[in-house]
Design a protein. Structure first.
Length: 441
């Protein structure tokens, strides 16, 4: 008589509730083993987007998901320090089963309302594993890895509420620029994944309003980033391409790069874990500075300074609006710059800093090509001045903060423990070909 194994009993109990076809999710195959972490990210992000989770909650979810998947794969392959799992190595466990179960446990814990959908996605993977003993060992290991990560982060202080009371309106003080909800004013209180605290790397205050630095930066963004003043088609395309991308762009590029280079599963899982740990900590540190200094956006400054500062280049700019809508959080420092610089350091750690050609297409169909990760990060930062939402000094400080975070994460976390570790990542620096990444989140 056919007997259901424990993993199949669990999955069947969920799947029967919905009758969902596994075709809704990615299909597993032998060749997909090296893409499994990327596939799970796409599945998870599809659900959180459907549930309309805010960006900060999505980013924390990705860090949890990828830390668990990496720890599961690493407990089989070895070679790196773990993020949370401290149990024994299990080289005979199935890699796909371990990574899949780790993803399943994390996502079902965070999204109980999508429990059945997630179970169906996992069944599509587990049902193709024919070695029962290795599969069961992998399932048990994956659950342990996920539980270790979730336990480590259980009291991290994550709060995604949007309630915020701005300071009294005054020169230099941030005021909301629309009626949209504020973005993550409380995420600054969350314990970072890799940093000792949100303040580990010092962020100096923004420049004084009467300083040459601020006067120069304000004139630059007023003339370069206005909806009416900017007419260069290429610059407009750059501003709009990056306006709605951010961390999603870097994850898309990382997924496509990992697939193109056919990274081994543990290397792919490590790449996405490092990236999302760095991106999450960049968010915490960047927003800590933003809500500490609460510096005003260019559109507020330009609308105000004609009255109090008699800035000669701004007198005739009544009704000035930025080329792209300002996000709903204080201006300083630039978060695109912080996150992008952190991501660049991680990607260069894995794939190298030399030429790595790829194209990127945003949600609005804007598409551009790049020769290095640094080129993408630099353009991403520049787009925020072109878009009229950041000052030059904010970009510079954000770039430096992100560099420190990305370098710290890459050097201190998920690090090689043996001389042979990292060979898969080293091989990635030699993979050739032009990639095309299209934003899907």
């Amino acid at each position: 008589m056919f007997t259901l194994t424990p993993w199949r009993r669990q999955l069947l109990s969920h799947t029967c509730l919905t009758g969902l076809a596994t075709a809704l999710f990615f299909t597993a195959s032998g060749s997909a083993q090296a893409e499994l972490a990327a596939d799970w990210q796409e599945t998870a992000m599809r659900f959180v987007v459907e549930e309309k989770w805010p960006g900060a909650q999505r980013q924390r979810t990705l860090a949890l998901l990828h830390a668990a998947m990496f720890d599961a794969a690493n407990a089989i392959e070895g070679g790196y320090s773990a993020y949370a799992y401290d149990g024994p190595q299990q080289p005979d466990a199935d890699r796909r089963a371990a990574v899949t179960q780790a993803a399943l446990v994390v996502m079902q814990t965070l999204m109980p309302e999508r429990e059945a959908d997630l179970a169906a996605a996992a069944e599509a993977i587990l049902s193709e594993i024919t070695d029962d003993e290795a599969r069961e060992a992998g399932v048990q290991l994956g659950a342990l890895a996920a539980e270790a990560v979730l336990k480590k982060r259980a009291a991290d202080g994550a709060d995604f509420a949007s309630d915020f009371t701005p300071g009294q309106a005054d020169n230099g003080v941030y005021q909301p620029t629309s009626e949209r909800p504020m973005v993550a004013p409380k995420i600054r209180n969350m314990q970072p994944f890799a940093l000792t605290s949100a303040k580990q790397f010092d962020v100096p205050p923004p420049p004084e309003l009467n300083s040459f630095q601020f006067q120069r930066d304000l004139a630059e963004v007023a003339n370069l980033g206005g909806a009416a003043s900017q007419s260069n088609p290429e610059l407009i395309a750059i501003a709009k391409l990056h306006a709605g991308s951010g961390s999603g762009a870097w994850n898309q590029i990382a997924r496509d790069s990992s697939r193109a280079c056919a990274l081994p599963l543990v290397e792919e899982a490590r790449t996405l874990a490092l990236l999302n740990i760095a991106l999450t900590d960049a968010l915490v540190a960047g927003f800590n500075a933003k809500y500490t200094y609460q510096f005003w956006r260019p559109e507020t400054a330009i609308a105000t300074l004609g009255d109090g500062y008699n800035h000669p280049t701004l007198d005739a700019m009544d009704g000035w609006t930025p080329l792209v809508a300002a996000p709903m959080h204080p201006e300083y420092p630039c978060q695109h710059c912080t996150s992008g610089s952190a991501a660049q350091q991680v990607m260069e750690t894995v794939f190298g800093a030399d030429e790595f050609s790829f194209s990127f297409e945003g949600k609005d169909g804007y598409r551009r090509s790049y020769q290095t990760f640094a080129q993408f990060a630099e353009e991403e930062a520049e787009s925020r001045v072109i878009g009229g939402v950041h000052y030059r000094r904010s970009n510079t400080v954000g770039d430096m903060l992100g560099y420190q975070i990305g370098s710290h994460v890459s050097a201190e976390f998920l690090t090689p423990t043996t001389a042979g570790s990292g060979q898969g990542s080293a091989a990635a620096t030699e993979c050739a070909g032009v990639l095309t990444s299209k934003l899907s989140q």
